[in-house]
Write a protein of this length. Structure first.
Length: 668
């Protein structure tokens, strides 16, 4: 398989939107900024297939020729992320039917029905033609299939495909009725053709909830599989002509709609688009990078970020001086081998004209943004021989599971505020603040690689999971479980016999009831030490079944009942956090769990700095030290006075906001 020469530095480039005289000017300016890569042909389907029986690659040939001459590493997209108008006009089935049952007309992007035979035929055909034409070009270093897969379709083609998918999964109608608990409200069905999609016209409640979570979760699995089948069809069409070039598609972090762990198994390399908002915590962005790295437990590509401004968020603030550089190093620190922008030249019209670019509307290099891009380009050129392929290692695994994400957020009760990602982030944040490396892992990961596993809101416990977690703890692992865990199985039916169901033995507690607290309501957790901390959202009323209490509720009729517990199980321990605690209280519990598991920070000291370690193929450790806080911070003693790879000189003793250094140390 082909690999990149150094760190890929570039981004989405659309010379087709510009007259030819601009192309040469682009090349001159990109060279100046040390840009070595361009992602092309992301939205050009209408151009390269102007009619059903016609292909025209002349302009794309010119673009590929120019970039090859200039020795670029080309990321070649397949263009299937937006449909051509002729196809929508001739074959209305290629457009989606939305959640409200409205069949769409031509317009927008990410708009194809994944189960339309016409779309399937022409998207795979186009990918094959591109591979036949460009697959042998040594400058083509990566295939980029479609763009940001997402959304849903509820058309008749999808309904038919859903029935086939269900027959394969359940075999008989009886099994399906049982899985979806269809006796409820007398929804029993007797024929596969009676199954309708769970949209607003069916089982949907509003846009987020459902009367039958079992159907809706299966639909999400099916929809994710349907789009994955589109990806696989294009990938396989490319592989007929090109066996050497890695194939990816750009993912979107914690995007809800697609089971990215399943997708990653079909991708050669993971890539993703990072668009934090002005108020997104840096810990959240770090978590998304760790999740994207975790999909294949391997380095990934940053396919898109903006050099400065976005256009599609409510408030599109500029990146402050140094912010883009610091954000880029955070990305590399957490496992990226590329830094790519959307986009290289800012478009003149349509909805992304206010989306930032390396070359702004003024058209010259005399901009703050360009200068910052150039500075970063010069630095990355120097790191190119050291960084790519180096790995991140962690003693802590945080479980992330799309089935659980869907199931938890479909539940009707106990609280509308119980969403998935914020709770994962609260637990991740504890480790981030202490520079303890984390791997984001799937539910079927090899747990034995970790000292500490954290499984926040593990509402859905599928077959075999409890046994795998028990085996991990039995051998000496430490496990942290929380409220709303172990409640349902894979079809969202409750594990009977008391919460947390199959985790009850492991946790050594029985949760009898779950109270929901409104945003203005709070309880207290009174710790063993006598200190107390606020808690809310949900309060589980627990009985000890072998576990010890670490803190009890301070108020209400369940005052004195355990709120947080610790259980010994085999050689290991299980912490069960039965309520949503304020940060200081949660930190106290996680301090105990981390100490018990003997997990260590990447380095000692360095308070207020983000420090991440990547280990090179030669066994050297690269410490990325970044300051995202307001205060100037001091480098930890073990890194102070050593050479900063970015400057080649001794690292400064302190870092101000957005300052970064990278320090290399031999394997200790
Ligand atoms: Zn459809």
């Amino acid at each position: 398989m082909k690999t990149f020469n150094g760190i890929l530095y570039g981004g989405d480039y659309n010379p087709n939107q510009w007259p030819r005289e601009i192309w040469d000017e682009d090349m001159r300016m990109f060279r100046d900024a040390r840009i070595n890569s361009a992602t092309i042909n992301v939205f050009s389907w209408a151009k390269i297939q102007p009619a059903e029986d016609q292909y025209n690659f002349s302009e794309l040939d010119d673009m590929v020729d120019m970039l090859s001459r200039e020795n670029y590493e080309i990321v070649l997209a397949t263009s299937t992320g937006a449909l051509p108008a002729w196809m929508a006009a001739k074959y209305p089935e290629v457009e989606r039917t939305d959640y409200e049952g409205r069949h769409h007309k031509f317009g927008h992007r990410h708009n194809a029905c994944p189960n339309s035979p016409v779309f399937q035929k022409y998207s795979a055909a186009l990918a094959g033609k591109l591979a036949e034409r460009y697959g042998s070009n040594p400058h083509v270093k990566c295939w980029h299939i479609s763009n940001e897969y997402g959304g849903e379709c509820y058309c008749e083609n999808c309904a038919r495909a859903f029935r086939v998918w269900l027959q394969k999964k359940y075999g008989t109608i009886e099994e399906l009725n049982k899985a979806w608990n269809m006796e409820f409200w007398g929804h029993t069905i007797y024929d596969w053709d009676e199954i309708v999609l769970p949209n607003a016209l069916g089982e949907g409640i509003g846009t987020e909830k459902t009367a039958f979570a079992g159907i809706s979760i299966d639909y999400r699995r099916f929809n994710s599989d349907s789009m994955l089948a589109n990806f696989v069809a294009e990938r396989d069409a490319i592989r007929v002509y090109d066996k050497e070039t890695p194939i990816t598609t750009n993912l979107m972090g914690t995007y809800k709609g697609l089971d990215y762990f399943k997708w990653a198994r079909e991708m050669d390399i993971v890539s993703w688009d990072n668009y934090p908002r002005y108020d997104t915590p840096w810990s959240h962005t770090a978590m998304c990078h760790d999740l994207m790295r975790g999909l294949k437990d391997a380095p990934f590509m940053l396919m898109e970020q903006t050099p400065s401004q976005q256009n599609w968020q409510p408030y599109n603030s500029l990146k402050r001086p140094g912010q883009m550089r610091a954000q880029s190093y955070q990305t590399l620190a957490h496992g990226a081998d590329t830094i790519q922008f959307f986009q290289l030249r800012r478009s003149v019209g349509a909805c992304e004209k206010f989306h930032g670019a390396v070359i702004e509307h003024v058209g010259t290099e005399n901009t703050r943004v360009f200068r910052e891009v150039k500075q970063l380009g010069e630095e990355l050129e120097k790191l190119g021989g050291i960084l790519p392929g180096s790995v991140n290692q962690a003693q802590v695994g945080v479980i992330f599971d799309w089935d659980n994400y869907w199931a938890l957020e479909y539940t009707s009760g106990p609280s509308v505020d119980l969403t998935y990602v914020p709770h994962i982030h609260e637990y991740y944040r504890y480790f981030y603040d202490r520079n303890i490396a984390v791997n984001m892992i799937p539910v079927d990961a090899d747990f034995s690689k970790y000292k500490l596993i954290v499984a926040p809101v593990l509402y859905m416990v599928k077959d075999g999971m409890a046994q795998a977690l028990e085996a991990f703890v039995e051998k000496g692992g430490t496990l942290v479980l929380t409220y709303m865990s172990g409640i349902v199985g894979q079809s969202d039916n409750v594990h009977l016999g008391g919460y947390p169901g199959p985790l009850r033995r492991l946790a050594g507690v029985w949760v009898e009831e779950i109270d929901a607290l409104a945003p203005e309501q709070f309880n207290q957790v009174v710790m063993d030490s006598g200190e107390s901390c606020k808690c809310g959202l949900v309060c589980e009323l627990m009985h000890l079944e072998g576990a010890e209490s670490l803190g009890t509720y301070g108020d209400d009729f369940y005052k004195g009942m355990p709120a947080v517990t610790r259980n010994s199980f085999g050689k290991g321990h299980v912490y069960y956090v039965g309520t949503h605690m304020e940060e200081a209280g949660l930190d106290r519990i996680l301090d105990k769990a981390a100490a018990e598991a003997e997990v260590e920070s990447v380095v000692s000291g360095g308070e207020g700095l983000e420090i991440v370690c990547r280990k090179t193929k030669e066994g050297k450790k690269l410490y990325f030290v970044m300051n995202f806080g307001e205060q100037e911070r001091t480098l930890p003693a073990c890194l102070a006075g050593r050479k900063d790879l970015l400057t080649g000189e001794k690292a400064a003793d302190t870092l101000k906001k957005y300052e970064v250094c990278i320090i290399e140390a031999e394997e200790s």
